[in-house]
Design a protein around this ligand. Structure first.
Ligand code: AP5
Ligand code: MG
Length: 212
């Protein structure tokens, strides 16, 4: 690849950021950085960051910007990101978007849209692997073996924040704080609008086509 690609995955809960991110990462051979997965890993390991993040995440609230900005700043300046990266879950508000601008220039923002009622339907049957957060759906994308991750063999579980109450709060924050930052990116000419209401494979074809 001639130029480094620094791609943001953007969209509401259940739009398929994690699902399409796994495919993109494999296709482009770029690291996939998922803020939610980094937090969940730290919660599992009971690190200082994990203890701090846990309360916010389980309630469906955002982890404070100062903590999140520092974490991402450290991650995307590592050696493996020199040729580009795919970022899922950051930025989620204007403070985070401004911080990201001080680190790097984004080349593409994949804006995947779905209505809220579809998010509710998808999240109810989502399962993720405990080790690395690989994403499945009991109906639309089931694992080969029930309860086991195809990629790393670890157990599948339902995320703690995938309750109806927490999802409602997360969608509310998405619409009030995250969606408006599209206006921040519009002048950069990097936004690709993707209709997320289609099969996983069809959305993937659209994502690929928009990057070629
Ligand atoms: P995070 O982990 O990022 O969760 P989220 O934003 O709530 O998004 P989701 O992971 O729920 O949705 P997704 O778009 O990835 O959907 P998926 O591909 O899994 O963040 C969690 C928490 O961490 C936040 O609430 C916050 O507390 C904290 N946090 C994270 N980033 C932060 C930040 N920057 N600042 C502060 N705090 C932060 O798909 C969903 C389901 O649908 C799956 O089961 C999948 O198989 C299925 N599916 C996908 N595509 C399709 C399709 N086309 N058709 C049918 N089914 C599909
Ligand atoms: Mg996700």
């Amino acid at each position: 690849m001639a130029d480094a690609k620094r791609i943001l995955l953007f969209g509401p809960q259940g739009s398929g950021k994690g699902t399409q991110g796994e495919k993109l990462s494999e296709w482009l051979k770029l690291p996939l950085i998922v803020t939610g997965n980094i937090f969940r890993h730290n919660i599992k390991e009971q690190t200082e960051l994990g203890v701090l993040a846990k309360g916010y995440i389980n309630k469906g609230e955002l982890v404070p910007d100062a903590v999140t900005n520092r974490m991402i700043g450290e991650r995307i300046t590592q050696e493996d990101c020199a040729q580009g990266f795919i970022l899922d879950g950051f930025p989620r508000n204007l403070v985070q978007a401004d911080a990201l601008d001080t680190y790097v220039k984004i080349t593409d923002l994949m804006h995947i849209s779905i209505p809220d009622d579809e998010a509710v339907r998808r999240i109810a049957n989502r399962r993720t692997c405990v080790d690395q957060g690989h994403v499945y759906h009991l109906v639309y994308n089931p694992p080969k073996q029930e309860g086991i991750c195809d990629e790393d063999g670890s157990a599948l579980e339902q995320r703690k924040d995938d309750t109806e109450e927490s999802l409602k709060k997360r969608l509310g924050i998405y619409h009030s704080e995250t969606e408006p930052i599209l206006d921040h990116y519009r002048p950069y000419g990097v936004i690709h609008d993707i209709d997320g209401i289609a099969s996983i494979e069809e959305v993937w074809q659209t994502v690929q086509a928009s990057l070629q």
